[in-house]
Design a protein around this ligand. Structure first.
Ligand code: NAD
Length: 442
């Protein structure tokens, strides 16, 4: 039977390389639609966990994963040995940047090498990792072409970026449209067809490069707009008497032409912070400097330093020298209600505190979603959020506004608060609170 026929009657075997925030939900979704799915991950702890039927990603329903494993529709391995058994292979590996903020596509290359070793006729490869334009055709395809097989004829290749928004209950894998750009028309058609098995709306575009650039536009759009509002937040602090959060909410009542973005302690996660650098790096190959995009990245990256200034001011307000201060951070995940700490500004802030001489024992954090973290080589465990732990800190920094946080309780027991997320929105007139973007009280 043709690959198209196997996808249509769900006998196609699906492979997912990289079983993290993107890959595991995808694998479970295909398995729950009746496909046989094999996940490949270099992390043996993850593959063992899946094979035991134990979920480790918040967005995946525990019972859905357990059912898929017990019904033998989902299994996981660290090995690429059986790549030839798979009909469709999704690549969902990380695309981080280096210390100097250059793209690191080595994970994509490693996955491509693993596939190439077993590539056979009639296989479809779909790259989902966010990356710069021309990765699919310029980096992935040459590795696969070395097998002697021809793209569009023997095997098929497409880029289809991921749009998952961890923690979002409304837009799930099924209800979030995805874009697909294949190397040839047939590649696009097959990649659309397989995506349609689990996603309601699939949008074909003319090439992988368009799909790669489209994904970067989505994320850079957010970076630029967050930077704009972060700049205005700092201006509000300087001017005093204007609360940026109230300003944004008022502007958002305009029914067209405005979309609210909110300020914060900086950008985190594996996308919005990193992706602008992927594009600006690629642009330099064409003697093009993406100044606007880099200015936004710089503005956002300055926010944790800015919060450090707010902490210093709060400490001087309560009369405690910076290096002797006891500081509690609330929320170390990069955004509310998730457990992901990658590039989290809270970790940056903790790193700055350590670098600037605050004692390790005087820094603590609470995060209901993150039980332990490492910062500058030091391990921290989440402490309970109690009246005592709040009162023991000279300043409490609200770095992430998890839904579970009770602003009244925090304000009642803390000595001083730096609120970077407007958690204390409904508490007026407290001289304990310094809120980012609301005119510094201290
Ligand atoms: N997390 C998100 O919200 C999100 C949203 C959209 C797009 N993306 C993009 O999707 C990609 C994956 O992101 P993620 O958040 O799922 O990352 P992740 O770190 O959660 O998962 C990646 C997985 O790949 C595995 N891996 C690394 N190299 C491998 C290899 N050679 N072979 C097999 N497995 C390997 C890792 O062990 C890890 O489990 C990135 O490009 C990211 O930018 C992420």
């Amino acid at each position: 039977m043709s690959l198209q026929g196997r996808i249509e009657d769900k006998s196609a075997k699906i492979g997912v390389i990289g079983l993290g925030y993107v890959g595991l939900p995808l694998a479970v979704e295909f398995a729950s639609k009746g496909f046989s799915v094999v996940g490949i991950d270099s992390d043996a702890k993850k593959t063992a966990s899946i094979n035991r039927g134990v979920n480790y990603i918040d967005d995946v329903e525990d019972s859905k994963l357990a059912k898929a494993v017990s019904e033998k529709r989902l299994s996981a391995t660290t090995s690429y040995a059986d790549i030839a058994d798979l009909d469709v292979i999704y690549i969902c590996v990380p695309t981080p940047f280096t210390k100097n903020k250059e793209p690191d596509v080595s994970y994509i290359e490693a996955a491509a090498q693993g596939i190439a070793a077993g590539l056979r006729k009639d296989q479809l490869i779909i790259l989902k990792s966010t990356t710069f334009p021309d990765t699919t055709e310029g980096i992935l395809q040459p590795i696969l072409d070395k097998t002697g097989l021809t793209v569009g004829k023997d095997y098929y290749l497409a880029f289809s970026p991921e749009r998952i928004d961890p923690g979002n209950q409304i837009f799930t894998t099924a209800t979030t449209p995805v874009v697909v750009g294949g190397v040839t028309k047939k590649c696009t058609e097959l990649a659309c067809l397989v995506n349609q098995q689990i996603i309601n709306q699939v949008v074909p575009v003319s090439s992988p490069k368009v799909a790669e650039m489209e994904k970067l536009l989505e994320n850079i759009f957010r970076s630029v707009n967050i930077a704009l509002v972060n700049e205005m937040a700092r201006l509000c602090d300087r001017m005093g008497g204007i609360d940026i959060w109230e300003v944004v909410e008022a502007a958002a009542t305009k029914p067209y032409g405005f979309m609210p973005f909110f300020p914060g302690p900086g950008i985190g996660g594996h996308c919005i912070l990193i992706d602008p650098y992927y594009l600006s790096w690629k642009a330099r190959e064409y003697d093009f400097h993406t100044q606007f995009i880099e200015l936004a990245a710089e503005t956002n990256e300055n926010m944790p330093f800015y919060v450090l200034g707010l902490i210093r001011r709060a400490l001087s307000h309560v009369g405690v020298p910076f290096q002797k201060a006891k500081i509690m951070i609330l929320g170390v995940a990069f955004k509310k209600d998730v457990d992901d700490t990658r590039e989290s500004p809270a970790l940056k802030i903790m790193e700055f505190l350590l670098q600037r001489g605050v004692q390790v024992d005087n820094i603590c954090y609470n995060d209901p979603h993150v039980s332990e973290i490492r910062v500058s080589g030091v391990s921290f465990n989440s402490v309970p959020l109690t009246a005592e732990s709040l009162a023991a800190a000279d300043v409490v920094v609200i770095a992430t506004n998890h839904s579970i946080y009770d602003a009244d309780f925090i304000v009642e027991h803390a000595n001083a608060i730096v609120d970077t997320r407007n958690l204390t929105k409904n508490i007026k007139g407290s001289d304990k609170i310094s809120k980012l973007g609301a005119g510094t009280r201290f």
